[in-house]
Design a protein around this ligand. Structure first.
Ligand code: ADP
Ligand code: ZN
Length: 622
């Protein structure tokens, strides 16, 4: 009896139905077609190559750049009963031989390899010899945007993967990425020789992510307030630009009672791996990282991604925030940014050794993210628009939708700011210009004679914070440019003149008063797990302390089992599955199988254990 894709989805993975394009892609690849699949993180890309690998004869080869994560990926597959293995440099010679032998006997459904490993003649030769055991079912190329030279994750080895087409004709290749932009897409198709394949693009919206951008005042304090108010006990990622920033922020959080670890490329590889493992295995740890961290992290319950510094582009921002809420439950994408970020990024751009074309592109990317930070309409609509997608209605789940920013006619303020920059020689930073506008007295002002320029003291109607907002917005809108010398000097651009001449009125946004961290206004209920909250939201009956207690009990059991096996807890069950267990309290195999995320293997392995916990809780046994 031949199994269908849907049978596999239900019995192996425990999901009731395909989502989006999944069924179509699986059909296409199972039939031998090549494809590029673009879908957001959490979009369910993995079954799109795993199921065809099961349906086709032979082993599916998954190319992934992430050696450190292969072990967990393989464990997760083993847990649902698939025969999976990996080949990489962490294995002993003995383990390598065993895996190779299993492959040659046709005993593997899936094999994970890093590109550099795959491209070794020894590995290619091994794959050639699999014919007797069924051959290669397909190649899945994960994180395929690594082949793009313009992207932020370029890996030179990826370019050589183009040879797979010629060396293994007839073996379908599926490239997957969560990167949305057009240019990267075209590069993947060209560089991986997917011209004859199909391209599947699912929408890039992540409706469960709440986007928020806050004017930066004291970033660490703002972060702490945000975490205390909204994410106590939650796992999350905090991104900083510099290594030092990650170290200091992690130390600051720990000092204030938030368990946090730093992660950056300057830490010894050993320590980095250790921190990553802890993040994956423990509940509620905050990782404070540079962008060196995060690719391929498929921890499903990351409840927030916070940016303390401005990312380099909207692509990077989307990619990084995408790591939150993979399980589909509510999660936050939260950011603070200020003028000093712009100054810093402009300087890094100028100091970089990129060629002029590359530099121009980076400049445009920075402009785009700045403009996005300052939007007054729906933030999600603007983000998706950047990726060529139209969201017809405002989302209702971003800062600008939830608290629409107040705007005012900023023409006069802008004119004052611009002419102050002009009169002082277009080489001073915002702080000094604000001092001049507000008629301050200090040594610098006297030394340069700026108390004698015509704009001295003409800006008393706005306070320092408000002026900072004006300058930031003028830079974001491209009316003022930051000097590349690194001191933050501001000069006028062509676009400034129509405003100065009064030909072009300007609306500006009034920055929200600071520590308004979203829900500061409404009193918080005691913290609930996002999974349980989502399931019980519509029913007061389900939302009782007993359900909550059972959920915690099931979590503790899961933790115990995970520790004993050395796997991350989510490899056993996702929070969502545990929450459903706590709510529905299944006590038979049939009922247990009906839970989302429970397939036959998990029923067999864990059904009795968890039903035992439910029974014990019902009976009131501690
Ligand atoms: P991606 O690789 O695209 O980031 P994953 O393949 O990790 O996403 O899937 C994200 C989550 O969605 C996983 O928890 C997975 O089990 C779940 N999932 C995938 N397909 C389905 C489906 N058809 N129904 C329900 N859940 C699904
Ligand atoms: Zn919105």
């Amino acid at each position: 009896m031949s199994r269908t894709a849907l049978d596999i989805l239900r019995t192996v993975y425990g999901h009731a139905a395909f989502r989006g394009h999944q069924a179509e892609i699986i059909d296409h690849v199972t039939g031998g077609g090549d494809a590029l699949l673009l879908a957001p993180t959490g979009g369910g890309k993995s079954v799109c190559y795993q199921i065809p690998a099961l349906l086709r004869p032979g082993t599916g080869v998954v190319v992934s750049p992430l050696i450190a994560l292969m072990q967990d990926q393989v464990r997760a597959l083993t847990e649902v009963g698939l025969r999976a293995a990996f080949l990489n440099s962490t294995l002993s010679l003995d383990e390598v031989r065993r895996t190779e032998a299993a492959l040659l006997r046709g005993e593997l459904d899936l094999l994970y390899v890093a590109p550099e490993r795959l491209l070794q003649e020894r590995t290619l030769d091994l794959l050639d010899r699999t014919a007797a055991g069924g051959g290669i079912a397909l190649f899945a190329i994960d994180e395929a945007h690594c082949v793009s030279q313009w992207g932020h994750d370029f890996r030179p080895e990826y370019l050589q993967l183009d040879m797979l087409a010629a060396r293994f004709p007839g073996v379908p290749r599926l490239a997957c990425t969560a990167t949305a932009d057009e240019r990267t897409r075209a590069e993947i198709v060209a560089n991986l020789r997917l011209q004859r394949g199909r391209v599947f693009v699912t929408g890039f919206d992540r409706p469960n992510l709440r986007y928020r951008v806050q004017e930066k005042d004291n970033a660490r304090r703002q972060l702490l307030a945000f975490l205390r108010a909204e994410h106590p006990g939650d796992a999350g990622i905090v991104y900083c630009l510099s290594r030092k920033g990650t170290e200091q922020t992690a130390a600051f959080l720990v000092e204030h009672g938030v368990p946090a670890l730093p992660y950056h490329a300057g830490l010894a590889a050993e320590l980095r791996r250790f921190h990553q493992e802890r993040f994956l295995r423990e509940d509620g740890l905050v990782m404070v990282a540079t962008i060196a961290f995060g690719m391929g992290i498929d921890k499903p319950d990351v409840r927030f991604v916070a940016h303390l510094d401005l990312p380099k582009s909207l692509e990077a921002y989307y990619q990084e925030t995408g790591r939150a809420g993979r399980d589909g439950l509510p999660a936050d994408a939260w950011m603070t940014y200020g003028l000093q970020d712009v100054v810093l990024l402009r300087r890094m751009l100028e100091d970089g050794d990129a060629d002029p074309m590359h530099r121009r592109r980076e400049g445009q990317q920075l402009d785009a993210i700045l403009a996005w930070c300052e939007v007054t309409g729906c933030r999600r609509q603007a983000l998706l628009r950047y990726f060529g997608e139209v969201l017809p209605e405002p989302c209702g789940n971003c800062d600008t939708c939830l608290t629409p920013p107040e705007t005012y006619d900023g023409t006069v303020a802008a004119q004052k700011a611009l002419s102050c920059a002009a009169r002082t020689g277009q080489r001073f930073g915002a702080q000094h210009l604000i001092n001049v506008l507000r008629g301050s007295r200090n040594e610098r002002i006297e030394r340069f004679g700026h108390d004698r320029v015509s704009t001295y003291g003409i800006g008393l109607e706005l306070d320092v914070d408000a002026w900072r907002g004006v300058f930031r917005q003028l830079v974001a809108a491209g009316l003022l440019a930051v000097d590349p010398d690194g001191y933050g000097g501001l000069r006028l651009t062509e676009a400034a003149w129509p405003v100065l001449r009064g030909e072009h009125p300007l609306r500006l946004r009034r920055d929200a008063v600071l520590p308004a961290t979203g829900s500061a206004a409404k009193p918080k209920k005691a913290r609930r797990s996002a999974a349980l909250a989502a399931l019980t939201a519509d029913s007061a009956r389900l939302d009782d302390p007993a359900t909550e207690a059972l959920f915690e009990r099931l979590r503790a059991k899961r933790r115990e089992l995970a520790e004993a096996q050395g796997v991350p807890p989510y490899v056993i069950f996702h929070d969502r599955t545990l929450a459903a267990m706590a709510v529905h309290k299944p006590l038979s195999a049939e009922a247990f199988l009906r839970l989302g995320g429970v397939g036959e293997r998990k029923l067999q392995k864990y059904g009795e254990i968890f039903m035992g916990e439910i029974r014990a809780a019902e009976a009131g046994l501690g």
